[in-house]
Write a protein that binds this ligand. Structure first.
Ligand code: COA
Length: 388
């Protein structure tokens, strides 16, 4: 099988998906993806768009907003009609799933060059989507919602309020430090947005990161999902919009074109779990991947774990043996979704782009990197990457 390398990845800044306060409130999600496509080809002039075999784009809930978002954004970007694009939906892991599909296609020789990524604007998705009655009856409509799943995981895994606030604190602190040191400039494409007064400006950083986060203020926050609950907005990834795209290539084609790369794809695993505790899905996905590759968690040098909620992140980190309490020495070194945001379809690919940059710039000694995330209705994915 062919080796698959990650040549380059870019992302939009993540904006709040808020009708009045969001910096990208006046933009549609495809526009964020178009900016990523353009930046990707501008940064990699030796890769001509017509050389791409196909684009795979993850999107969790944009069906209903428009048709095939990956394809329409590709056409909107003025890219060749002859290159097909495929939108892939697997809730939060959509962007990771898109990456895995392309990697497998390269491995088995279907093509050499793929664009993969993801996109979501959680402020512009259809409300009140259909839920099959059999599923609602079995699991409960309320229990299937994301906030309630975070409550249930906190209770079942005994994750305390203090530990969740500490986790959110470090996510924001690490993200702010990375932003202030310019580390996200390796991946962020500035895109025009609007400030609170409606004035246009170039957005070049994520909107949600709180550098001045305060544990005392967080301790006073009210529960977000039920009156007697424990999960607050600070312990939850915010409603976000954003996009990302990267180039995956067979190693031989990358060498032929003179493209540089840092990591190669080792493999991926998906695992399903009980939907009302969907957040702990990465435990099984990672264990499956480690077993399949003959590794243990101690062999992994860097981890990007999508922070849907602090409760599920801590449950996963603890169960996998990655530590007890934030700050962690190899997990989410540049912060996570609690600070950076979680535009559903984007995140699974975004954490791979960030993992690549962490392995390139922050931990040049790291040999193996893991990216994993949970997904609504109990779908989790994990992918393993190795320094070449
Ligand atoms: C939790 C949630 C309901 C809150 O949404 P919201 O009520 O619209 O509120 P916001 O995100 O704007 O935040 C609520 C308030 O808490 C404040 N807040 C958030 N984090 C804070 C922190 N760390 N410290 C202090 N205040 C904080 C905000 O500033 C805001 O106050 P303001 O309105 O005065 O500015 C929403 O973010 C959510 O649903 N998140 C989960 C999304 C999801 O399910 N994703 C998929 C996961 S699988």
């Amino acid at each position: 099988m062919k080796e698959v390398v990650l040549v380059d990845g870019v992302r939009s800044p993540n904006g709040r998906a808020h009708a009045e306060k969001g910096w990208f409130r006046n933009r549609m999600p495809d526009e964020l993806l178009v900016a990523c496509y353009h930046a990707l080809f501008a940064r990699n002039p030796q890769v001509k768009p017509e050389m791409v075999e196909a684009a795979y784009i993850g999107t969790a809930n944009q069906g209903g907003v428009t048709n095939d978002m990956g394809r329409l954004a590709w056409l909107a970007a003025g890219l060749p009609e002859s290159v097909a694009a495929n939108s892939i939906c697997q809730q939060c892991p959509s962007g990771m799933s898109a990456t895995e599909h392309a990697a497998r296609a390269i491995m088995c020789g279907e093509g050499d060059i793929y664009v993969v990524g993801g996109v979501e604007d959680m402020g512009k998705m259809p409300k009140g989507m259909y839920l099959p009655k059999a599923v609602a009856d079995k699991y409960g409509e309320w229990d299937l919602q994301m906030g309630p799943t975070a409550e249930k995981v906190a209770a079942m895994w005994n994750v305390s309020v203090e530990d969740m606030n500490l986790f959110a604190y470090w996510s924001n602190k690490n993200a702010a430090a990375a932003r202030d040191a310019g580390k996200f400039s390796h991946e962020i494409v500035p895109i025009e947005g609007h400030d609170l007064d409606g004035k246009p400006f170039m957005v070049d950083s994520d909107q949600w990161i709180r550098g001045d986060i305060n544990l005392e203020a967080m301790a006073k926050m009210k529960p977000a999902f039920k009156p007697d609950g424990v999960i607050t907005a600070a312990m939850s990834s915010p409603l976000t919009c954003g996009a990302c795209a990267m180039i995956l290539m067979s190693r031989e084609k990358a060498d032929e074109l003179g493209c540089s790369y840092t990591i190669k794809y080792v493999g991926g695993a998906m695992a399903g779990n009980e939907p009302t505790i969907m957040g702990v899905g990465p435990i099984a996905a990672v264990q499956k991947l480690l077993a399949r590759t003959g590794l243990t968690i101690d062999d992994i040098d860097v981890v990007e774990l999508n922070e849907a909620f602090a409760s599920q992140s801590l449950a996963v980190i603890r169960e996998l043996g990655l530590g007890q309490n934030a700050p962690f020495d190899k997990v989410n070194l540049w912060g996570g979704a609690l600070a950076l945001g979680h535009p559903l379809g984007q995140s699974g690919a975004r954490i791979i782009i960030t993992l690549n940059n962490i392995m390139k710039y922050e931990r040049p000694d790291a040999k193996l990197g893991l990216a994993t995330l949970c997904g609504g209705f109990g779908n989790a994915n994990a992918t393993l990457w190795q320094r070449v």
